[in-house]
Write a protein that binds this ligand. Structure first.
Ligand SMILES: CC(C)(COP(=O)(O)OP(=O)(O)OC[C@H]1O[C@@H](n2cnc3c(N)ncnc32)[C@H](O)[C@@H]1OP(=O)(O)O)[C@@H](O)C(=O)NCCC(=O)NCCS
Length: 147
């Protein structure tokens, strides 16, 4: 099946909030995504569609030449097909074109699937933030991909 990756837009908001709620214990609301669309200098989100279904999303929060990678989520039935890898590759290419040089993110210490994905994309663990997460409490790995 063909995958289409493009910037998030108003028409995606409902499906994006639904996917977020499916994947995280403290999800962003539809309103939070809507506000991000109003601040394109700071936020850059991409979505991935297969047929007419939103199957994945991920975003950047940008500050000068650095960006935090956030809200990386793929619908459970579409995982392990390379969608997150393709989506993040394209998102960071867009970030690079906007002048982003270094990317960072936090990931739950026990989330092996996500940490392996980020390592495959060139991220390296540079630190641990103790008890960073709630619901459940868990350490965060701080990962960086530097230019
Ligand atoms: C983590 C997540 C985004 C991965 O999405 P995905 O589309 O399945 O990932 P991909 O198919 O692109 O996988 C790319 C690489 O990631 C790693 N990976 C992905 N899923 C994995 C798993 N279940 N176990 C181990 N490694 C995994 C592998 O290295 C894989 O490369 P490979 O296929 O050559 O082995 C997805 O599992 C998800 O949405 N999880 C719930 C939300 C979440 O945890 N988000 C991250 C928060 S920091």
């Amino acid at each position: 099946m063909e995958i289409e990756i493009r910037p998030m837009a108003e028409m995606d908001l409902e499906a994006s909030a639904g996917l977020e709620a499916m994947c995280f214990s403290t999800p962003w609301s539809l309103q939070a995504f809507r506000e991000s669309l109003d601040k394109p200098d700071i936020y850059l989100f991409h979505v991935a569609y297969m047929e007419n279904e939103l199957v994945a999303q991920a975003g950047l929060i940008m500050s000068f030449d650095e960006a935090d990678v956030v809200n990386v989520a793929v619908k459970p039935e579409y995982r392990k097909q390379g969608i997150a890898y393709d989506l993040l590759t394209e998102l960071m290419q867009t970030g690079n074109a906007r002048g982003i040089k270094d990317y960072t993110l936090e990931v739950r210490a026990g989330n092996r699937a996500a940490a392996a994905l980020y390592e495959k994309l060139g991220f390296k663990t540079e630190g641990i933030r103790k008890n960073f997460y709630r619901e459940p409490v868990e350490d965060a790995l701080i990962m960086w991909k530097r230019s």
